[in-house]
Design a protein around this ligand. Sequence first.
Ligand code: TXA
Ligand code: MG
Length: 359
Amino acid sequence: MRTIRTRVIKVDPVNPDVGLLRSVAEVIRSGGLVVFPTETVYGLGANAYDAKAVIKIFKAKERPIDNPLIVHINSINQLVNLTSEQPEEMFIIAKKFWPGPITVVLPKSKRVPKEVTAGLPTIAVRMPAHPVALKLIELSGVPIAAPSANLSGKPSPTTSEHVIRDMYGRVDIIIDAGETLFGVESTIIDLTHRPPVLLRPGAIPVEEIEKVLNIEIKIPAFARGLIEAEKALAPGLKYKHYAPEKALILIESSNYSNYEEYARKVMNITQDYIKKGLRVVILASKETSGYYMSKGFKVITLGSRRNIFEVAKNLFKILRIIDEMNVDMAICEGFEEKGLGLAIMNRLRKASGYNIIKV
Ligand code: TXA
Ligand code: MG
């Protein structure tokens, strides 16, 4: 399905050229598809009120039509139009975190086409904190429905190269604004339940949201990436996700702080695969990569355990790199499920296809 003539437009991420974005907004308004940057990952957008345009998103991504989209807004007024109820928590979250990488799920209004929410009575909404995204929504004059701009099943795109690889020939415009900031998607909170439920851990740690709401948020096992989600709760979570073509094995531990001991266990497992004749790369933290290198293992460094932000930012890029490497499989270190670590482990468990070894 590579038939559309795609225009790639370079835009400054901080001071976008408004004239250029005006012409892009025109494409949104006339029912076209536009890939645009957000602070998390690139999104594949269309006018949220145009059912025909929204259907094109699913085709371009090869996304199952029962997996609903996130709608991006630039004003609370748009949120009120998209939803039929606005609980107090929503305003608290909006005030504290928006624009920013947190998505709220609320009852939808009648105006929203069923294609956007895959027939669900609820809608996921967020106000992105990227100057290009905000300006584009403003100039379009409509909310923009946008999933991550990857082909379904692939890691979300954090650079324009990823987007061009997946979406060239499938969309009208790709805005190239360099690398995204966070590298993992937004945190999704379902506000239709009491207490609120975490549907997907993301760029904003759940602990921070709990502090602001002064309430304990429910974290179901699927949000940790431990089991598949129930269809009714978070449909998108039940599909193959973030996965490289090559096999990925995740080595989890209840204690990562004794670096040397953990690294020794990872090396033993890796050695077993190498003995079977497989070429293996280890995806490691900065703290342990030296051990592996000194023993002659092939290593990619994800980032430091002491700066987990770095690991999140590099994660999807590195999951894509594995497929281009001269290896048969990857063995990946685990991370503590604290702060951004929860989002990282959710993505890694899914990317591994639940191929997890506990040490
Ligand atoms: O950071 C992000 O959230 C990025 C950028 C582009 O904004 N977007 C993104 O969208 O990650 P996507 O489609 O890749 O993930 C959206 C997730 C899916 O898992 C979907 O099932 C869930 O949101 N979702 C959407 N609407 C929902 C709803 N009404 N109820 C429950 N889950 C919903
Ligand atoms: Mg996605």
